[in-house]
Design a protein. Structure first.
Length: 232
C-alpha cells in the first residue's frame, strides 16, 4: 500500500536508469582486470553505461517534470541558500533533487559518459581492444586507456560521496532519499504543501530515445575499422 499522502515524483525511466547505471558500473568494475572472455563483458557493461548515461542526459531535457535539468539545476546563490537553510528558493522543502544533489547528478553523468566514450578507444594492453580502437593509433589508445583508468578512480570517489550523502540524509536529517528512487513516491511530509505528483512516467518516450541511441551506437561500432593485429 502506498504511503498516505505520498506523491509520485520520480518516473520509471529515471529509476531504471539510476539503478541500471549502478549495476553497469559495478559490472564494469568487477570485470576490468579479469582476462579472457571477461573483457567482452567489460565492454558490454561499458555499452550499457554509455547508453544509459546518454539517455538520461536527453531525458533531462524532454522527460517528466522533476527529471528535467531545468527543474533542479540551480546557480551559486541557490546552492549557498541551501547550504545555510536546507530549503529551496521559496523557503520550502525541495521536491526533486536539491541543489547539491544536482551538482552530483551532473558530475556523475558527465564522468560516466566520458568514461564510456574513452573505453571505446581503449585496450587492455595485452590483446583486447575497444570497439573503436581502429580509429586511433596504438599510442593514442594507450593514452586514452590511462585516462580511462584514472577517471574510474575519480568516479569511485564520487560514488562513495553520493552514497555517504544519501546515508547522511537518512540518518541525520531523517529524510529517506533512497526509497523514493525505488518506489518513485515521496511521502507528503517531505514535500511542500499542495505539491502534486507527476501524472505519467512517459516510459514509451524514454524507450524510444534509448532505442534510437542504441541503434546509433550499434551502427558506429559495426562500421568501425578493425583493429590492427600488429597494433601492440
Amino acid at each position: 500500500m502506498a504511503e498516505q499522502g505520498a506523491r509520485k515524483v520520480w518516473d520509471l525511466p529515471v529509476r531504471v536508469m539510476h539503478w541500471g547505471l549502478m549495476l553497469a558500473v559495478t559490472g564494469a568494475w568487477l570485470t576490468r582486470e579479469l582476462e579472457g572472455d571477461w573483457f567482452a563483458w567489460h565492454v558490454r557493461c561499458g555499452y550499457a553505461v554509455l547508453l544509459l548515461a546518454a539517455t538520461r542526459i536527453v531525458w533531462g531535457f524532454v522527460g517528466t517534470r522533476h527529471a528535467r535539468f531545468s527543474d533542479f539545476v540551480r546557480g551559486p546563490r541557490a546552492i549557498l541558500r541551501y547550504l545555510r537553510e536546507g530549503t529551496g528558493a521559496d523557503g520550502q522543502r525541495i521536491v526533486g533533487h536539491n541543489p547539491l544533489g544536482a551538482l552530483m547528478v551532473l558530475a556523475l553523468l558527465a564522468m560516466l559518459l566520458a568514461q564510456a566514450l574513452l573505453g571505446l578507444f581503449a585496450n587492455d594492453q595485452v590483446m583486447s581492444t575497444g570497439p573503436l580502437f581502429g580509429y586511433v593509433s596504438a599510442e593514442t589508445s594507450d593514452r586514452l586507456t590511462s585516462l580511462h583508468k584514472q577517471l574510474f578512480d575519480v568516479i569511485v570517489v564520487a560514488i562513495v560521496v553520493h552514497i555517504a550523502a544519501a546515508l547522511f540524509y537518512l540518518w541525520a536529517r531523517r529524510e529517506n532519499l533512497i526509497l523514493p528512487m525505488i518506489t518513485g513516491r515521496k511521502p507528503g511530509e517531505m514535500l511542500p504543501p499542495g505539491t502534486g505528483g507527476i501524472d505519467s512516467s512517459r516510459t514509451l518516450l524514454a524507450v524510444a530515445i534509448a532505442a534510437v541511441l542504441g541503434a546509433l551506437l550499434w551502427w558506429v561500432v559495426r562500421n568501425a575499422p578493425e583493429a590492427s593485429l600488429f597494433a601492440f
